[in-house]
Write a protein that binds this ligand. Structure first.
Ligand SMILES: [Zn+2]
Length: 324
């Protein structure tokens, strides 16, 4: 009887791995630096080796493992387990991750994009528990998104479904985005955007508290802006208001099209809590069309933190097996 799953979250700096029960409980955890410089071979070998070590440490035989689920930072052909590209891993060509790791590990392998696995994690064991229609958004360096309809991730034609961060919020004159366009949601609601605006306020002298933080640290963190806003610094409040305004507006568009039960919002910026969430809900209600959608749709904080990725990667395996 197979009774455990291995969930993996591959990032540009670390490979996180967990041994999970079939219910999605974490039994063991492991984290190692990603050997990006060793290329795709080095990274795939590292994953296989970490999986072996994890099983050994837990005293679990390989024939008890239902499979390995992996989230990777890039567009994925989930059907075939092929990573199209992964900028943070320096993978510029498609990599047959499933095929190669199955050969190396002799276990079934399932692959998806990391924002999607984070969304699945929140659906399975986090804030989304019980919701079959859910959209997860991560406010970090960028703005990541995963769209789940009727319990399944929306991949789209090219594997880039759910790229919420690059919805255009300002058609002209918005800040430059990493994707090459301007005015994307990410340029207003990411930690990077909040840092950019906070640094500007500090330098222009509109925020005494941020000017003091810049002088003391030499730089501004997103947390500095959130703290200053909560303390009543008007320039900092305006920055949070702007991020919440655009996020609520983007969520209203998504709700008009998809009518989800929940938006689950995670990532560093979401740590601002109700101060941010109440503003996002206000903007959402202002722009969403149908009053019953405004009333039924919940906008809630993610609850799994850094574990969402490995748990959701485990769900890739769990959703493939009927009963073990
Ligand atoms: Zn963009």
């Amino acid at each position: 009887m197979k009774n455990v799953i291995i969930g993996v979250d591959v990032g540009g700096t670390a490979i996180k791995m967990a041994l999970l029960s079939l219910e999605g409980n974490i039994l063991q955890k492991e984290q190692k630096p990603t050997p990006v410089a060793e290329g795709e071979d080095g990274v795939i070998q590292k994953i296989a080796q970490m999986a072996d070590d994890l099983l050994k440490r837990a005293g679990v035989e390989k024939d008890k493992v239902a499979g390995i689920g992996i989230g990777v930072p890039g567009p994925v052909d989930a059907q075939n387990g092929i990573v199209q590209e992964a900028v943070n891993l320096h993978w510029k060509k498609p990599v047959s991750l499933r095929e190669r790791l199955e050969q190396m590990s002799a276990l079934p392998v399932f692959v998806d994009n990391d924002a999607n696995t984070a969304a699945l994690g929140e659906m399975w064991r986090g804030a989304g528990q019980g919701a079959r229609n859910l959209i997860a958004i991560t406010l970090g360096t960028g703005v990541g998104g995963g769209v789940i309809l009727d319990g399944r991730i929306v991949h789209g034609m090219n594997g880039v479904g759910g790229e919420i961060g690059h919805i255009t919020m300002e058609p002209a004159g918005g800040p430059a985005c990493n994707c090459g366009k301007t005015g994307c949601l990410e340029t207003y609601a990411s930690a990077t955007a909040i840092i950019r605006e906070g640094t500007r306020a500090a330098k222009e002298g509109t925020s005494p508290q941020l000017a003091e933080a810049l002088a003391r640290q030499g730089f501004i963190k997103a947390q500095d802006v959130l703290d200053a806003a909560k303390a009543g610094d008007q320039a900092a409040v305006a920055i949070v208001d702007q991020a919440a305004f655009y996020l609520g507006l983007a969520l209203s568009h998504l709700a008009n099209v998809l009518d989800p039960a929940k938006f689950v919002i995670g990532g560093g910026v979401s740590a601002a809590g109700e101060f941010l969430f109440s503003r996002v809900r206000e903007s959402f209600r202002r722009f969403v069309t149908f009053s019953y959608v405004a009333e039924s749709c919940q906008i809630v904080p993610a609850t799994l933190g850094n574990d969402a990725g490995v748990i959701g990667a485990g769900w890739l395996v769990r959703s493939q097996i009927k009963e073990c």
